[in-house]
Design a protein around this ligand. Structure first.
Ligand code: HEM
Ligand code: HEM
Length: 186
């Protein structure tokens, strides 16, 4: 089913959503894998560089996304959404937006204050805005690791809900975010 521009998100927001989905899931899986490996070992060290670079990319993509989100029209929820589904979807989306900023910011904070590498894909180093501070580094790391559980739960719920809407309800929810929704301009 195709949605038109009154029932779908803005084309740029949809593109950013799918770019985010790919990069985010890659960052999340790399973070999960590296979290299981002992510090200082290979390939954890190399994969963490990729993880951090993906995370910094996501931070800037999310700033752009928020601006597009605030500047464009959000389509009203389908009438098939009852109040509980509407509330659950809004809470899930709000949690995902919090995560999209909180994960890169806490990751950056603990890498910067802890004196860890901040190289962007083996090119330049991000400026260290937080000088060496074990207290900030510890707080950033504890928050980053604790929020990882919210990440797994919110993303799993989000994907499960999309599947439920697409396969069971067949109510066009996926079309609201599908890149080619609308009259060919999506
Ligand atoms: C959207 C962006 C990000 C997501 C979704 C994310 C997610 C995760 C996850 C799920 C873990 C595993 C936590 C654990 O097992 O305890 C992790 C670990 C880690 N993340 Fe991120 N992260 C992001 C951004 C960043 C950034 C920007 C940096 C640094 C600049 C960073 C640095 C790290 C480090 C160093 C670890 C290993 C921590 C440890 O072993 O204690 N992350 N991340
Ligand atoms: C395979 C993975 C994914 C699928 C199938 C998917 C699917 C969807 C769909 C169908 C919508 C529209 C929902 C509606 O209109 O009520 C949506 C919205 C949304 N998705 Fe995803 N998504 C995925 C991954 C992600 C990831 C990894 C994130 C962020 C971490 C994310 C964040 C959001 C947010 C915040 C919205 C609300 C729209 C907005 O305000 O920008 N999605 N997603």
């Amino acid at each position: 089913m195709l949605a038109d521009e009154t029932t779908a998100y803005a084309p740029l927001l949809r593109r950013i959503h799918w770019a985010t989905a790919v990069l985010f899931i890659a960052a999340m899986l790399l973070g999960f894998y590296c979290g299981l490996q002992p510090p200082g070992t290979s390939p954890r060290r190399e994969l963490l560089e990729v993880h951090k670079s993906l995370g910094m990319t996501l931070l800037f993509l999310s700033i752009l996304r928020l601006m597009v989100r605030l500047a464009t029209r959000v389509p009203p929820e389908p009438s098939s959404f009852g109040a509980p589904v509407r509330i659950a979807a809004r809470l899930n989306h709000a949690a995902l937006y919090v995560i999209l900023f909180a994960m890169p910011l806490t990751g950056y904070a603990f890498s910067s204050a802890g004196g860890y590498s901040l190289k962007y894909f083996w090119t330049f180093s991000w400026p260290r805005l937080l000088a060496d501070s074990p207290a900030i580094a510890d707080a950033g790391e504890v928050t980053h690791d604790a929020l990882a559980w919210l990440v797994y739960a919110a993303v799993a719920l989000h994907i499960a809900a999309t599947l439920w809407h697409a396969v069971v309800m067949r109510d066009g929810t996926l079309a609201r975010m599908w890149p080619r929704s609308g009259n060919g301009r999506g």
